[in-house]
Write a protein that binds this ligand. Structure first.
Ligand code: PLP
Length: 442
């Protein structure tokens, strides 16, 4: 057997897993209000020099009930596209509480109406800054700075440095000055987001770069450090020390205030930090197959790329936990398994090696078979929102919120076949051909 630790459930109990599966079907996303609230409390109480605003990063999980919950908890929002802004506004969010930082920003009527309603804009390139200036001369604006370095859990989660297209390159600040001047813009915020799951030391360096830029622009009132704050997901993960870097950033801002007389406000935009461990994906095990003595034992589940892309896209590890179909007095012994998703594509595997999607890495799980459940933990961020939609024509799974009193509420119904095909149109002549051929085959 193996000494490898067996992961355990985060917020659901085995009875909860069975109840949720029976009430809502599988696969299903379950989010936990209590975990979300605890995350908001912890990050909101990080040390800061002159005030802290927390913006929930909508792309982590943009489901309306989740967005409303964060709104109720007093957070502001980070949006990554104008669509995300529209969606949040439709959920009831005041546009003035949203900062848009997008790769695609087209100043059409939709975006202009949102800006009129108070949406704040963060220019991710000099061109975006120019376009904004032409659309809203004399307005307030932010810029996203690429400080020349970044850091992420894996390379593809790094959004700063020469291999990242995000933000305004740190050597292009003359262009920023020119654009601000020619449109009479007021730079009120410097923003950076150097990656997801970054090294705290790199974050502090990014903060220092942003503060240094604030020195050059006397109108800057706020430094926004983006998101990327790590969570402890696996048993083997260290407990991240967020108070440590926050205190260092507060120290930098304190020194800046002494030198300049200016008190900069701090903004953070966590997505992962608030949602990752607040969501679990409950799936059912459909089958067990083996590939011989040199191979693996595979658990095949009724979810996969259509619910969670991260293991096959990044080699991101997620804690996996098996739950028996019926309550049992004793835990089952451990076995080593690979877990395969339900999509007919070889890459639909949840047990990839960390940061190496070409390699399988079996994990120790409680022995399980068809009819038992498999829970994918750390399933609240970038799972539902970043899944491989409708591949193999599987519907979007349902989403459920566990309220504080322990009750489960459907917050998104499972998609129907009608909804999957709703926008398809078949030209009339093709329609008759297919009718004829099916007649012929019959
Ligand atoms: C994605 C993103 C975030 C959130 O990142 P996490 O890793 O989920 O915390 C914050 N800010 C910006 C600009 C982003 O693009």
């Amino acid at each position: 057997m193996t000494a490898e630790p067996i992961e355990s459930l985060k917020f659901l109990t085995p009875d909860d897993v069975r109840e949720v599966a029976q009430c809502f079907g599988t696969p299903v996303f379950v989010y936990d209000e209590q975990t979300i609230e605890a995350g908001v409390r912890t990050i909101s109480s990080l040390p800061s020099a002159f005030g802290l605003t927390v913006r929930y990063s909508l792309k982590a999980c943009p489901s309306a009930a989740i967005v409303c919950l964060f709104d109720r908890l007093g957070l502001c929002f980070d949006a990554s596209s104008v669509w995300e802004v529209h969606r949040a506004v439709r959920a009831g969010i005041d546009p003035a509480r949203i900062l848009l930082t997008a790769q695609q920003a087209v100043f059409d009527d939709g975006l202009l109406a949102l800006l009129d309603a108070g949406l704040q804009f963060d220019a991710g390139s000099v061109r975006q800054l120019e376009d904004y200036g032409r659309a809203r001369p004399g307005g307030d604006v932010s810029i996203r700075l690429n400080p020349g370095f970044g850091s992420g859990l894996v390379r593809r989660l790094t959004s700063g440095g020469p291999e990242s297209s995000f933000g305004i390159w740190h050597e292009a600040i003359h262009d920023v000055e020119r654009a601000l001047e020619s449109h009479g813009l007021r730079l009120v915020r410097v923003h950076t987001h150097v990656g997801s799951g970054h090294d705290p030391g790199v974050l502090v360096r990014a903060a220092a770069a942003a503060i240094e830029l604030a020195r050059r622009f006397a109108t800057v009132q706020t430094v926004n450090l983006g998101g990327g704050y790590r969570v402890k997901a696996l048993l083997a993960d260290p407990e991240p020390d967020h108070a440590g870097w926050a205190a260092m950033v507060a120290g930098e801002m304190g020194r800046f205030a002494v030198e300049t007389g200016r008190e900069l406000a701090l903004e953070l935009e966590p997505g992962t930090y608030l949602m990752a461990n607040a969501g679990s994906i409950v799936t059912k095990i459909l089958d067990v197959t083996t590939t011989g003595s040199a191979g693996h034992t595979f658990l095949k589940i009724d979810g996969g790329l259509t619910e969670i892309l991260r293991p096959s896209y990044y080699g991101a590890p997620h804690p996996l936990v098996t739950v028996a179909a019926q309550a049992e007095p004793e835990p089952r012994p451990a076995e080593r398994y690979c877990v395969a998703g339900h999509c007919c594509i070889a890459g639909d595997v949840l047990t990839t090696a960390v940061a190496d999607v070409e390699r399988l890495a079996p994990v120790a799980l409680g022995r399980a078979g068809a009819g038992d459940y498999l829970v994918v933990e750390r399933g609240g961020a970038y799972c539902s929102s970043m899944a491989m939609r409708n591949f193999n024509s599987y519907p979007d799974a349902a989403e459920v919120l566990r309220r504080r009193d322990g009750s489960f509420h459907l917050i998104r119904a499972r998609q129907t076949l009608d909804q999957i095909v709703a926008n398809e149109r078949v030209p009339a002549d093709l329609r008759s051909v297919s009718t004829e051929s099916s007649h012929y085959l019959a």
